[in-house]
Design a protein around this ligand. Structure first.
Ligand SMILES: *[C@@H]1O[C@H](CO)[C@@H](O)[C@H](O)[C@H]1NC(C)=O
Ligand SMILES: *[C@@H]1O[C@H](CO)[C@@H](O)[C@H](O)[C@H]1NC(C)=O
Ligand SMILES: *[C@@H]1O[C@H](CO)[C@@H](O)[C@H](O)[C@H]1NC(C)=O
Ligand SMILES: *[C@@H]1O[C@H](CO)[C@@H](O)[C@H](O)[C@H]1NC(C)=O
Ligand SMILES: *[C@@H]1O[C@H](CO)[C@@H](O)[C@H](O)[C@H]1NC(C)=O
Ligand SMILES: *[C@@H]1O[C@H](CO)[C@@H](O)[C@H](O)[C@H]1NC(C)=O
Ligand SMILES: *[C@@H]1O[C@H](CO)[C@@H](O)[C@H](O)[C@H]1NC(C)=O
Ligand SMILES: *[C@@H]1O[C@H](CO)[C@@H](O)[C@H](O)[C@H]1NC(C)=O
Length: 534
């Protein structure tokens, strides 16, 4: 059972970023040549180890030694703590910063095998015994992290600056273009009586889940190149259906998002999905006995409460298993020492996007409900071949809500008493308190995101005001002059008069900074470092 601190730590893994995009040819699963080449000898599947429904690990072989690493779709680098054979240090030290610490070590190369694929001279970060990374990660059995995110986010790729530093999955796809460039994974749920076999594949579909190929292709939202080091597996969510069976209304904070949709990151490095506060409140605030923990910023609820929520993506409804919505995995107690469950759809606080790039993050408590396929498209590039296909994701729902309800009853009835299916009336919904600073932080995010527009807008308004003043003054002056002329019966233009009128025009115009963004300011508690996010 992980401690709260550990849980908190793993709630938030997700790395920072860099942009190099060179096209490469995509080969889709269906048009893969029916060759009997090298990859047919590969069992492209690895088992995924479920560490208490919090962290998901897989084996990577480096220099002949097996290392269990966290499989993280939210970052893009491989690092391990260890000293594998046949590894060569390049004499370059660097660090990869996550919210819970940083992995600091030597950039090294070694022969690596992953999911049956051999890669020579794979670059990775070799971290010594002095790792400052939160020890909580190691206590789960992990010896490092394997990032499965887009390579534009790779710190090593950014540092070395050429394809020799490409991420592990990129290298696998690059070295044999007949390997379809996708990974797919199933995450096991401990404790529901009918667990799937957690596994990850590279370029293969898990047998029995072929229906994923006909699921809608969810487009990956690409960030403008200036922000591309922040690129993640990002797509749209059509909405979240709340426990009262109605869609929770929400307006995205990401500019130019279609009405009603939200922008989400798919990140297996987050244990808990991160959603807008109002949505989390709508899910848990109507449960009798729900309580909001302001220290950890999450809801706790009685474990016998049945909640049926769904996430809608690409027009498809993904029911969330009630065991995932209200989790008993973390050993939480209320002030009286009674066991309570964790509301896993947590209000997004520290992970919130300071530049409004996304609204929410779908972590493991959601991802256990789908078979997930990430197609890298033109994220894969080694500089010599061209791939112009857009990356996309496909998700196949694997949770049957009726079966899930029965599993919930089976798992909770005996220990926690009769299941409560009711909700408090909407008028009695509780709302979590918004911490001081959060509103300001979100407001600042808006300002930051729209800064160019705001500057242009303000300049325009100022010009307009100045213009008006000048025009008004002119009018007044003219009227005065006209009256004077009438009196004197003659026209006399005084230059001095006009010089006076001109003066407002020489006043400073508009460009005073309205707001000086200080992205790294430690005072900005909500996002300490947007570039190496977590
Ligand atoms: C491939 O590897 C997985 C995980 O190790 C294993 O479960 C599966 O049986 C293997 N498949 C074959 C065909 O060997
Ligand atoms: C990978 O390397 C191992 C050990 O050298 C070898 O046994 C295996 O056949 C190789 N796999 C492929 C697909 O080349
Ligand atoms: C930590 O370990 C790495 C790799 O062994 C080494 O390069 C680095 O100098 C060490 N850092 C400190 C502060 O000891
Ligand atoms: C990539 O960059 C490294 C470090 O700058 C350099 O040693 C290496 O030769 C480069 N590789 C290629 C293929 O350009
Ligand atoms: C890039 O991929 C092509 C096609 O597989 C391969 O021939 C070439 O050697 C690769 N180049 C690098 C720099 O890895
Ligand atoms: C759960 O909610 C979904 C979506 O609103 C609905 O289709 C389904 O019937 C509900 N399941 C149960 C068991 O109530
Ligand atoms: C939930 O709503 C859907 C669509 O509006 C409907 O088909 C379903 O029967 C509803 N389920 C419940 C449990 O009310
Ligand atoms: C079940 O929930 C309803 C509505 O939230 C509440 O009124 C009722 O007291 C709860 N029942 C039990 C046994 O907790």
């Amino acid at each position: 059972m992980p401690t709260l601190a550990t849980v908190l730590s793993f709630v938030t893994l997700f790395a920072g970023i860099h942009a190099i995009r060179i096209p490469f040819k995509v080969v889709h699963a269906h048009d893969r040549p029916a060759s009997h080449g090298r990859r047919d000898t590969v069992n492209a599947t690895i088992s995924i180890i479920d560490s208490t429904n919090s962290i998901y690990l897989g084996a990577v072989v480096i220099g002949g030694t097996n290392y269990n690493v966290q499989l993280d779709t939210g970052s893009s680098d491989l690092w391990i703590q260890g000293n594998p054979a046949n590894s060569k240090d390049l004499g370059i030290e660097t660090s990869i910063t996550y919210a819970i610490g940083s992995a600091q070590g030597e950039i090294s190369t070694a022969p690596v095998t992953f999911a049956g694929y051999n890669v020579s001279n794979q670059m990775y970060l070799r971290v010594g015994q002095n790792a400052t990374f939160s020890s909580g990660l190691f206590s789960t059995g992990a010896t490092g992290i394997l990032g499965l995110g887009p390579s534009s986010g790779s710190i090593l790729r950014g540092q070395i600056g050429n394809a020799s530093a490409d991420a592990l999955v990129d290298r696998i796809f690059e070295q044999d273009p007949t390997t379809p460039n996708f990974v797919s994974f199933l995450l096991e749920r401990l404790g529901d009586g009918a667990p799937v076999n957690g596994q990850l594949t590279v370029g293969d579909i898990v047998p029995g889940y072929e229906a994923i190929s006909s699921q809608p292709q969810l487009p990956v939202i690409k960030l403008k190149s200036i922000l591309s080091k922040d690129q993640h597996w990002t797509t749209y969510v059509d909405g979240i259906i709340g426990p009262d069976n109605s869609t929770i209304s929400y307006s995205s904070s990401v500019p130019s998002t279609p009405t009603g949709k939200l922008v989400t990151i798919v990140d297996s490095g987050f244990t808990l999905p991160q959603i807008p506060r109002a949505m989390s409140d709508a899910i848990y605030g109507r449960v009798q006995g729900a309580s909001f923990d302001t220290q950890h910023e999450w809801w706790t609820v009685p474990c016998n409460q049945y909640l049926n929520i769904s996430v809608v993506m690409g027009g498809v409804t993904f029911p969330v298993h009630p065991l995932d919505t209200i989790s008993s995995d973390f050993g939480l107690k209320d002030i009286n020492g009674n066991t309570v469950c964790l509301g896993t759809f947590q209000p997004i606080t520290t992970a919130f996007s300071v530049t409004n790039e996304f609204d929410m993050i779908l972590g493991d408590a959601f991802l256990r409900n789908s078979y997930t396929l990430l197609n890298y498209g033109d994220f894969i590039s080694n500089g010599t071949t061209s791939n112009t296909a857009d990356p996309y994701m496909q998700l196949l729902s694997i949770t049957d809500p009726v079966k899930a309800m029965n599993e919930f009853i089976g798992a909770r009835l005996q220990t926690y008493g009769p299941i409560n299916y009711s909700l408090l009336p909407a008028s009695q919904q509780q709302h979590s308190p918004v911490p001081a600073g959060e509103t300001v932080a979100h407001y600042e995010a808006d300002v930051l995101r729209y800064l160019p527009e705001i500057i242009v807008g303000c300049a325009a308004v100022l010009l307009l005001i100045v213009g008006c003043i000048i025009w008004r003054c002119c009018c007044t002056k003219r009227q005065r002059l006209a009256r004077a002329q009438k009196k004197r019966g003659m026209y006399s233009e005084s230059k001095a008069d006009y010089r006076q009128i001109d003066e407002p025009g020489s006043a400073p115009m508009g460009m005073t900074p309205l707001y000086t963004p200080d992205l790294k300011s430690p005072g900005k508690a909500y996002y300490p470092d947007p570039y190496h996010r977590f």
